[in-house]
Design a protein around this ligand. Structure first.
Ligand code: BDR
Ligand code: CA
Length: 327
């Protein structure tokens, strides 16, 4: 893909988002969070909501608060959400993210406690009180929290401007089964509910995240920033990338969830198409697959902006520039 410079003047590259981030940290989630929290002039982060996913909820909730602490933003409220998927048996990905959910770094109990109340209640109350089409929701894990909120209060779609999800796989194939990507496989019924919501959706699937890969030089630049956040991101990637490289025989490791932050900050780095996407939630080999109708064979209406390509160097330039701003 042609390179869009970090100083792009494309209209979306200047937009300001009132943002909530729903997340299951997760090594790449932590990087996505640091990246977002380093960009307060563009991303007005109201809160983080956590969900069970890569590791159980108590750990994802601790790790989300750690990301706020590492970003020097402990005032951002973190609401704990769903402990388990809507219907399926819970699955985790500690084999990839480590027992604590973050590879390569020491974890501790953060000084700031969780915000009071359940993430789903927070989402319902906040979206009901928000002006029409004003809130962007970034979703970095299984989509259980929003599915529960939509079931409880379907009127909340009014407050939503856009959903930007790291989810799904089509051209690339899956990462948890041959056809399914982890976030969708971990709760396909929730993904179905979210796709049916009618809210504008952008999905960053493995098709793009497996094209935006680390290299020794890219990680070294982050470490050479000399700040604590740069060291943390480099340590996470040094531990996280090799296992992905080995499994997929790729020259570098993906930073999946951080592509969501990059998309919000600089959509001109990415290329996609509005298509129809449906979730296979039936038991069987296709369980959790995102059936992405790239060529419009089914003639169903488009419900997703499906991203397939991105400017890898532009991504790492932007990530490095933003991480440099942190403590
Ligand atoms: C997604 O699954 C999780 O393991 C990562 O955090 C990312 O959100 C990639 O498939
Ligand atoms: Ca995640």
């Amino acid at each position: 893909m042609s390179t869009a410079s970090a100083a792009s003047t494309a209209p979306g590259d200047a937009e300001v988002h009132t943002l909530v981030i729903d997340t299951d940290p997760g090594a790449d989630d932590v990087i996505a969070l640091l990246f977002a929290l380093a960009s307060p002039e563009r991303l007005k982060v109201q809160a983080l909501t956590t969900v069970a996913g890569n590791v159980p909820l108590s750990k994802t909730s601790r790790n989300a608060r750690l990301a706020c602490e590492w970003a020097g933003r402990p005032e951002i409220p973190v609401y704990a959400g769903a402990q388990r998927p809507l219907q399926r048996t819970p699955i985790y990905a500690a084999n990839i993210h480590g027992r604590e959910g973050i590879t390569g770094v020491e974890v501790h109990e953060p000084a700031t406690p969780l915000a009071e109340g359940h993430a789903v209640d927070y989402l319902v109350g906040m979206l009901r009180a928000a002006p029409e089409k004003s809130v962007t929701l970034a979703m970095l894990g299984p989509q259980t929290n929003l599915a529960l909120a939509l079931a409880q209060a379907p009127d909340i779609v009014r407050g939503l401007r856009e959903l930007v999800l790291m989810a799904g796989a089509h051209f690339n194939g899956g990462n948890i089964t041959p056809v399914a990507e982890f976030n969708v496989f971990a709760d396909p019924h929730a993904a179905e509910a979210v796709l049916k919501s009618g809210v504008p959706i952008t999905m960053l699937p493995l098709d793009v995240t497996h094209k935006i890969l680390t290299s020794d030089a890219r990680i070294a630049r982050l470490r050479q920033l000399g700040n604590e956040a740069g060291r943390i991101v480099a340590d996470i990637l040094d531990a996280y990338a090799p296992q992905e490289m080995k499994h997929y025989d790729m020259p570098g490791g993906p930073v999946h969830d951080a592509t969501v932050t990059a998309y919000l900050l600089q959509p001109s780095l990415f290329r996609g198409r509005r298509i129809n996407v449906e979730i296979d939630s039936r038991e069987g080999m296709g369980f959790g697959q995102t059936v992405a109708d790239w060529h419009g064979s089914l003639k169903r209406s488009a419900n997703v902006n499906w991203i397939v390509d991105g400017d890898a160097q532009g991504f790492f330039d932007l990530l490095t520039e933003r991480i440099a701003r942190l403590p």
